[in-house]
Design a protein around this ligand. Structure first.
Ligand SMILES: C[S@@+](CC[C@H](N)C(=O)[O-])C[C@H]1O[C@@H](n2cnc3c(N)ncnc32)[C@H](O)[C@@H]1O
Length: 762
């Protein structure tokens, strides 16, 4: 009879027996990373209840090793296939399978493995006797690795590992070669740290990695350069705009296509030789510059600087090519064309993207260096003419300076990649829009679905309220999807200027409490930006901050007391209903995750006049109650009931738990003429609440909203054996999941259309 029915049990027993003899500091959980059965020292171990086809299991292991190489992890020299019921191990050496390991594989490693023909195992060990067991111990103690070759598939993984392990390393320490004037031989060419794991990369230059050079930047460069390369399909599509711009060149004129931030030249590679003979490129990063030279140097009209000299390399950057410097703005090679009235200028760029206020940027650590560009000549000049947040964005410095210094004639053009915000909300430019595309940001080496505009601007002044883009995603099979039509409307007014409540309370004290984003009282360690006001006229505190949807959960809060870092307003009992559409609007992106929405749709108060009029006339009374119902059910409503450190009892009034009497919401919702959808939601809420009441932690003195139930009563633990999450109250968890699905449907069907109608969403 079999000893084990479950592979996992055999695996745990194996480790429990051998791990203390091999490495008592490691736990079983630690070994089970990377979706394989374990890597221990120089061994990849794969467990089976019964091994029936060694070839198939070996192939599965090869796929695991392939994945390790791609992630920049050392490839163990030994492959141990373990049959837990037969207490038998087959030992293979990975070096014999290097060719297969160095191929990338798609799909699950455990699928489609039959038919693989490997060699015989080097050794078979039966570990149910003492000699066999000792042999297993000695194998598991081996710490040898198979050296792999660096190629396009794995270089990013190894670069990330290198920068992680050597935080002070710069790009040259990893990628450096012996061509050019600046010579540092990098790790890939002369491995020291990775000497046991990789073969030296013998190709002389880095040109093979041209499409990955942004991902190979060291951590510091990543922060500074905002490099997100354009995928080939998008670069090619945008050439349609470039060619339309060339078609406008007046007869007899020369023209140049200028890209001040060309990276390794992705935008230009598909230009014809004739078009390239009009092209001028530059880029700031040294290794990009070298690849750019190699790929396009012989074809373009100019590259800046024209040739590499002993002075070119400057701390990883290229001297003279910082597009934001005065030196570059006055560069004589470009200036000769600007000064020539018979030359048309076509700027064609995907400027670096780094918004210092964005969470993305802050997460990466907005140190002084990462905003050094703010002290550049162009930024200082821009600040003289442009006020406000537009100056926080590196891309805007390129866009502004493009129009300021390079476009001079009516037929000049600027074809530029950037999120629409600079035009839509920041009103950075007021020129004629001649056409444009929207592309999915996910394909620019990021993992975010969002809309990036590639717009063709002319140089004639023109105020547009709306522009229309053709949007293209890239399909999994690597072709452009069908175009979708995407209007983009300008936003003028913010929630905070038109809708935030600024009236003061008749009776307010400053001895209340402040809360954190999770709805509980904030502890003393947080930096307080507002006063802890308390008033009986208050219902809570609402934040619906910022025009866009970056970091939506921090920009959208509903809390029983002031949020420690402010950015919202205290909600009053007497007019809270008309404020709720702001909260509803701020949830848009959570329920509409398509790439076309983020970055294109924003929050606005442009419909305020109509909204206030329709609120006053009562036209919107049912809609406001729908917003209330949504608010009561929405998980981002973080109002909770608790006693504060000020001794006051804070009750969540925007929920439907009436155990302790009516809440403001339950009282007001009586006026909603319920449709079927709403009845279903209320029934589901009833289900949630009845299961909530049965949980151990339920406290009948509290008034619970959906979020407080989720956070305090829908408890779970992690099963140590399986690693799975186990919910203590499955019925409650199920009911909450059902509620979430219903709320999403309701929101999109009944709330969103009106939010657009009144331009809360625009
Ligand atoms: C978004 S990437 C675009 C690269 C390439 N054009 C493409 O589309 O794939 C922006 C590029 O600007 C470069 N860059 C960043 N700051 C720069 C500056 N101040 N001057 C010139 N180039 C800069 C980065 O190194 C990066 O290659």
């Amino acid at each position: 009879m079999d000893k084990y029915e479950h592979e996992r049990d055999g695996q745990y027993d194996f480790y429990r027996v051998f791990l203390p003899r091999v490495d008592s500091t490691r736990s079983v959980e630690e070994l089970l990373g990377d979706n394989n059965d374990g890597v221990l020292n120089g061994n990849l171990i794969e467990f089976k209840l019964h091994v029936s086809d060694l070839g198939a299991v070996l192939f599965q292991c090869i796929k695991y090793l392939s994945a390790l190489r791609i992630k920049g992890k050392s490839v163990p020299a030994n492959i141990l296939i373990v049959d837990v019921n037969a207490s038998t191990i087959w030992l293979y050496r990975s070096a014999h399978y290097l060719i297969e390991i160095e191929k990338p594989y798609c799909g699950g490693a455990s699928k489609n493995n039959a038919g693989f023909i490997g060699g015989n195992a080097e050794e078979i060990v039966h570990y149910d006797d003492p000699l066999g067991a000792e042999r297993v111990v000695s194998l598991l103690r081996e710490s040898n690795f198979t050296k792999i070759h660096i190629d396009e598939n794995c270089i990013v993984g190894w670069a990330e590992r290198f920068y992680r392990e050597v935080p002070t390393a710069r790009k040259e320490d990893f990628l450096g070669d012996d061509t050019g004037k600046h010579i540092t031989i990098g790790e890939i060419r002369k491995p020291t740290r990775f000497a046991r794991y990789i073969y030296p990369y013998t190709t002389q230059t880095n040109v093979k990695f041209h499409y990955l050079m942004d991902k190979l930047n060291d951590t510091l460069q990543k922060k500074n350069l905002g490099a997100f390369y354009t995928p080939d399909l998008y670069a090619e599509k945008s050439l349609e705009l470039v060619r339309a711009a060339i078609a406008r060149v007046p007869t007899g004129n020369d023209y140049i296509i200028l890209d001040r931030c060309a990276g390794t030249g992705n935008l230009e590679v598909r230009l014809t030789d004739e078009e390239l003979s009009h092209t001028v490129v530059s880029t700031i990063e040294y290794y990009e510059y070298k690849v750019l030279q190699e790929l396009l140097g012989s074809k373009v009209r100019h590259i800046i600087p024209p040739v590499e000299t002993a002075e070119t390399f400057r701390a990883g950057l290229v001297a003279g090519s910082d597009a934001l410097s005065k030196e570059f703005v006055e560069n004589p090679v470009i200036k000769q064309y600007l000064d020539d009235p018979e030359c048309t200028i076509i700027l064609f760029e995907n400027p670096p993207f780094a918004e210092t206020t964005s969470l993305e940027h802050q997460k990466r650590g907005a140190g002084a260096l990462s905003s050094a560009w703010k002290r550049s000549y162009v930024c200082e000049e821009m600040r003289k003419e442009v006020k406000g947040t537009a100056c926080n964005d590196l891309g805007n410095a390129f866009i502004w300076s493009g129009f300021k210094y390079y476009l001079r004639q009516p037929t000049d053009s600027y074809i530029v990649y950037s999120p629409v915000k600079y035009w839509k909300a920041q009103h950075l430019i007021d020129r004629e829009f001649l056409g444009g595309f929207a592309f999915n940001r996910r394909h620019f080496h990021t993992n975010l679905d969002a809309c990036i505009m590639c717009a063709w601007w002319g140089n004639e002044a023109k105020q547009n309220e709306e522009i229309v883009l053709k949007g293209y995603d890239i399909l999994p099979n690597g072709i452009l999807a069908e175009a979708v039509v995407l209007p983009v409307k300008k936003v003028h007014e913010l929630f905070s200027t038109k809708y935030y409540d600024k009236t003061s309370f008749a009776h307010a004290e400053e001895n209340g409490i402040l809360t954190g984003l999770n709805g509980l009282e904030a502890d003393g360690s947080v930096k307080r930006r507002i006063k802890p006001l308390f008033s009986n006229e208050m219902i809570g505190y609402l934040v619906a901050d910022s025009v866009g949807f970056d970091n939506p959960d921090a920009k959208s809060s509903l809390l029983v007391a002031g949020r420690y870092n402010g950015n919202g307003f205290f909600l009053r009992k007497d007019n809270y209903l008309e404020k709720l559409p702001m909260f509803c609007a701020s949830r848009y992106i959570t329920y509409n995750r398509a790439w076309t929405e983020r970055g294109r749709i924003m929050k606005s108060a442009d419909g305020a006049e109509k909204f206030f009029a329709d609120v006053a006339s009562g036209t919107l009374s049912q809609f406001l109650l729908k917003c209330l119902l949504f608010t009561c059910m929405e998980m981002q409503n973080h109002m909770r009931t608790f006693t504060g450190s000020d001794g006051r009892f804070y009750r969540n009034e925007l929920c439907l738990d009436t155990t302790n009497g009516e809440t403001i919401a339950s009282r007001d919702l009586k006026n909603l003429a319920l449709n079927e959808h709403e009845k279903v939601i209320l029934r589901q809420w009833g289900r949630v609440f009845s299961w909530a009441k049965k949980t151990e932690k339920y406290d009948s003195s509290l008034t619970y909203g959906a979020y407080q139930i989720y956070a305090e009563l829908d408890t779970f633990y992690k099963d140590e054996r399986t690693g799975d999450i186990v919910y203590d109250n499955v019925e409650l968890h199920t009911a909450l999941a059902g509620l979430k699905a219903l709320v999403k449907e309701y929101y999109n069907a009944e709330i969103v259309p009106v939010l657009f109608e009144y331009e809360f969403l625009k």
